[in-house]
Design a protein around this ligand. Structure first.
Ligand code: DQA
Length: 146
């Protein structure tokens, strides 16, 4: 299975950004561990701080991959374009949030993109990405239905 991971704005700073909320590990280090733990999965990874580039990544990876994990970060709460892209591409998408957005400020409780996704994992740290991978591996039928 080929799974793409897309991270949105400021997630390139994981490891140094507000470590009390997002932890001390960089995403590159985490991805190395994930790839080692799941040798049967081919991973592609993209990160952008720009909304339209995230839409482009969704369209690109939808052509190449079986399933997508996305953390649109701050755009999760505002982006009609990313939500529309998730609905448009016809591939299963799981949205991941490292923090529990529902226990934070009210503006983080709205997830426009999450409403377009198959499901949302929030508040379990970086482990949310691994849980998304587990879901795709144990529900291969989701790729056909999306
Ligand atoms: C986040 C939560 C968002 O509200 C925030 O803007 C982020 C990260 C998370 O992973 O917890 O940048 O998506």
């Amino acid at each position: 299975m080929h799974i793409a991971i897309i991270n949105g704005p400021n997630l390139n700073l994981l490891g140094s950004r507000e470590p009390e909320i997002y932890g001390n590990q960089s995403f590159e280090d985490y991805l190395d561990t994930l790839a080692t733990d799941y040798p049967e999965v081919e991973f592609s990874y993209g990160q952008s701080n720009v909304e339209g580039e995230i839409v482009n990544l969704l369209q690109l990876f939808a052509r190449e991959c079986d399933a997508i994990l996305i953390n649109p970060a701050g755009y999760s709460h505002t982006s009609v374009a990313i939500a529309d892209a998730i609905r448009a591409i016809g591939k299963p998408v799981i949205e991941v949030h490292i923090s529990n957005v529902h226990s934070r400020e009210p503006f983080r409780h709205t997830l426009l993109s999450g409403g377009a996704a198959l499901g949302v994992v929030s508040g379990l740290g970086l482990d949310g990405y691994r849980l998304g991978v587990e879901h795709f591996l144990s529900h291969p039928e989701a790729q056909k239905e999306a």
